[in-house]
Design a protein around this ligand. Structure first.
Ligand SMILES: NC(=O)C1=CN([C@@H]2O[C@H](COP(=O)(O)OP(=O)(O)OC[C@H]3O[C@@H](n4cnc5c(N)ncnc54)[C@H](O)[C@@H]3O)[C@@H](O)[C@H]2O)[C@H](O)CC1
Ligand code: K
Length: 500
C-alpha cells in the first residue's frame, strides 16, 4: 500500500483535474470505492449512520450514503454540523436528493449498528472545535462499529498528533493510499484495521508499506549451482568481554538468514561464548588500532556495533571502514552524530528512537509523531539508509523513498532483538543485489518471527536466541510461498488490511 502526505494528495488531485478528472468525479470514485469496501462487512438488517462534515470528507460520505441506499441498505445521511459547504459536496448532496433521498436529523437517541465517519479528513486542523468534539464523543460512546473515511476524525493526515476526542474507529478506509498518521503515534491507535481504497488515480508515491507479497517477490534465488561463496562472507564487528551475547545473537541472525560465511571480529573473552553458540563462524582477534586492509576484497559486507561501547578507537575504525568499497551496517555502539563520506556502497544505520535522537539532535518526544519525515530528512541529508526501529519500523533511503514495516509486536521490545536484526541485515546486504529489498526483507522477516512467536507463546516471553528456531520456520513458509507464487503464507500483514 502506498503512503501519501496531504501535499502529495493535493498534487495528484490537481494533476488529475488538469486532464478533466475533477474533484466531483474523484468524490464519486471515493464514495463508490468506499461502498465496495464496506458492503462486505454489512448485513442488510444493519442500521447505518453516515455522519458527514461540511468539507469534502463529508462529500465522500454523501456518495457512500447514496450507494448504500441505492443498494437497499438502511442508511441515514446526517449532517450534525450543518449542510455541506464545498462546491463538490453540495453538488453530490443535490444529486443525492434528486435520487429521491433526504438527509436525516441527528437523533442522539437512535441506535445504529454502524457509523461511517465522514466528519473530517485530511483538511483537519487540530484541536477539534467544541461542537465537533461533542459529536465525536457521542460516536465513541455508541456500541456501533465505526468505519472512518480517509482518517478517523481527530487526527491529521501527516503527523501522529491526535485530539483527545478522536474517534476510535474499527476500520479506516483511506482514499488513494494510506496517510502517514495511520503509521505514526499516537494517531495510529485510532485507525483500527486500515485499508487503502483506490479512486482511479495512478500511484506515484515514493513511500509504501512493505508487504508479504513484496517479500515473496524479492526473495533471492538459492537453488542451482551454488556454494558458500555464492552467499558472501560477512564481517561482524560486535561483542566485548562484558557483552559477548550481542555478538552471538547477531551471528545467529546472520547465519540463519543465509549468509555464506561469517567472521566475527571481537574481544578474546567474547570469543569462547560465541564459539559455543555459533561454531560455524570464524574469529578475528579484535584490535581497533590496526587497520583492516582490503575489506572490500575479503568481505561482501560489514556490520559494526552490537555489544561494543563507543570510544575514539571505535570511531576511527569506523571512519577507516567507511573508506572501503563495501556495504556497511552500523548499530548500537557504532551509532553516533557524525558526517558520512560520499561513497557508492550503501551505509545502513539502525537506530531506535533514543539513538536517532542522539544522532540527529532531535528530542525523543518529537520522533514518534513524525518518524517518516524525520528519518527521510536524515537519510537524504547524509546519503545513508535509516532503519528507525519501533512499532512500524521506518526504512528511509537517500533518494527520498521509503518503506514502513507492519510486522512485529511488543515481544521485540527486549534486549537482544536489535542485535539479531543487525545480523540478519548483514546477511542480506551480502546476499541481495538490491539494497532496498535486502533491508526491507530483513526488517519484515524479523517482525514476522515475533508474530509467529506470539501465536503460540506469551508476548513477554520471547528471548532473542529463539530466533534461531523461529527464522527457519518463517523462511520455510516464505520460500514455499515464493515457489508457489501468488499464494500468501499468511505470516504477517498482506496487502489487504493493516491489522492492529
Ligand atoms: N484525492 C483524494 O484523496 C480525494 C479525497 N477527497 C476527500 O476530501 C477530504 C479532504 O477534504 P477537505 O474539504 O480538504 O477537508 P475536510 O473535509 O477534511 O475538512 C474541511 C472542513 O473541516 C473544517 N475543519 C478543519 N479542522 C477543523 C476542526 N479542528 N474543527 C472543526 N472543523 C474543522 C474546515 O474548516 C473545513 O470546513 C479527504 O480527506 C477525502 O476524504 C475528495 O473527496 C476527493 C479527492
Ligand atoms: K473521517
Amino acid at each position: 500500500m502506498q503512503i501519501y502526505t496531504s501535499k502529495e494528495i493535493k498534487e495528484a488531485d490537481a494533476n488529475a483535474a488538469s486532464f478533466g478528472m475533477d474533484t466531483f468525479t474523484l468524490m464519486e470514485n471515493a464514495g463508490s470505492g468506499l461502498y465496495r469496501a464496506l458492503a462486505p462487512l454489512l448485513s442488510k438488517r444493519d442500521t447505518i449512520a453516515v455522519l458527514s462534515g461540511k468539507g469534502n470528507n463529508g462529500g465522500d460520505g454523501i456518495v457512500l450514503a447514496r450507494y448504500l441506499k441505492l443498494n437497499g441498505y438502511k442508511a441515514d445521511l446526517i449532517f450534525p454540523l450543518g449542510p455541506p459547504q464545498t462546491k463538490e459536496a453540495a453538488q453530490h448532496f443535490s444529486y443525492f436528493q434528486s435520487c429521491g433521498f433526504e438527509a436525516a436529523p441527528f437523533d442522539r437517541e437512535k441506535h445504529y449498528d454502524w457509523i461511517a465517519d465522514g466528519l473530517l479528513g485530511v483538511g483537519t486542523r487540530l484541536p477539534l472545535r467544541d461542537d465537533l468534539a461533542e459529536v465525536t464523543d457521542w460516536i465513541n460512546t455508541r456500541k456501533a462499529k465505526v468505519a472512518a473515511i480517509d482518517v478517523p476524525t481527530g487526527v491529521a493526515g501527516d503527523t501522529g498528533d491526535a485530539d483527545p476526542h478522536t474517534i476510535h474507529a474499527d476500520y479506516t478506509f483511506s482514499l488513494h493510499g494510506l496517510k502517514p498518521s495511520s503509521l505514526l503515534f499516537p494517531s495510529s491507535t485510532y485507525f483500527g484495521e486500515t485499508k487503502a481504497v483506490g479512486i482511479g488515480l495512478p500511484h506515484t508515491s515514493k513511500w509504501k508499506v512493505w508487504s508479504e507479497e513484496d517479500v515473496i517477490r524479492s526473495l533471492p534465488e538459492r537453488s542451482g549451482n551454488v556454494h558458500k561463496g555464492t552467499f558472501g562472507t560477512g564481517l561482524l564487528v560486535a561483542g566485548s568481554d562484558d557483552m559477548p551475547g550481542s555478538a552471538a545473537l547477531a551471528a545467529i541472525g546472520a547465519m540463519r538468514m543465509g549468509i555464506g560465511k561469517l567472521s566475527v571480529f571481537t574481544e578474546s573473552g567474547a570469543r569462547n561464548v560465541i564459539a559455543t553458540l555459533v561454531p560455524e563462524a570464524t574469529y578475528l582477534k579484535r584490535d581497533f588500532s590496526k587497520r583492516l586492509n582490503d575489506l572490500g576484497q575479503k568481505f561482501a559486507g560489514v556490520a559494526i556495533g552490537p555489544g561494543i561501547e563507543p570510544d575514539e578507537q571505535l570511531e576511527s575504525f569506523i571512519h577507516g571502514v567507511l573508506k572501503e568499497p563495501l556495504p556497511v551496517v552500523l548499530d548500537a555502539g557504532a551509532l553516533h552524530k557524525r558526517a558520512y563520506p560520499k561513497r557508492t556502497a550503501p551505509v545502513v544505520l539502525t537506530p531506535h528512537p533514543g539513538e536517532f535522537s542522539r544522532m540527529a539532535g532531535i528530542p525523543t518526544g518529537q520522533i514518534a509523531s513524525d518518524r517518516l519525515r524525520l528519518a527521510s530528512a536524515y537519510a537524504q541529508e547524509h546519503g545513508v539508509i535509516v532503519v528507525l526501529k519501533g512499532q512500524y519500523t521506518v526504512m528511509a533511503f537517500p533518494d527520498g523513498s521509503g518503506y514502513v514495516n507492519t510486522t512485529g509486536n511488543s515481544s521485540l521490545a527486549k534486549g537482544g532483538s536489535g542485535d539479531t536484526l543487525t545480523g540478519m541485515l548483514l546477511a542480506n546486504i551480502c546476499t541481495y543485489a538490491n539494497i532496498k529489498e535486502a533491508v526491507a526483507n530483513a526488517v519484515y522477516i524479523h517482525g514476522a518471527c515475533a508474530d509467529l512467536w506470539i501465536r503460540e507463546n506469551g508476548s513477554a516471553t520471547l528471548t532473542a536466541h529463539e530466533f534461531s528456531r523461529l527464522l527457519p520456520k518463517v523462511m520455510h513458509q516464505l520460500e514455499t510461498a515464493a515457489k508457489d507464487a501468488g499464494k500468501a503464507p499468511g505470516l504477517g500483514n498482506g496487502d489487504r488490511f493493516i491489522k492492529r
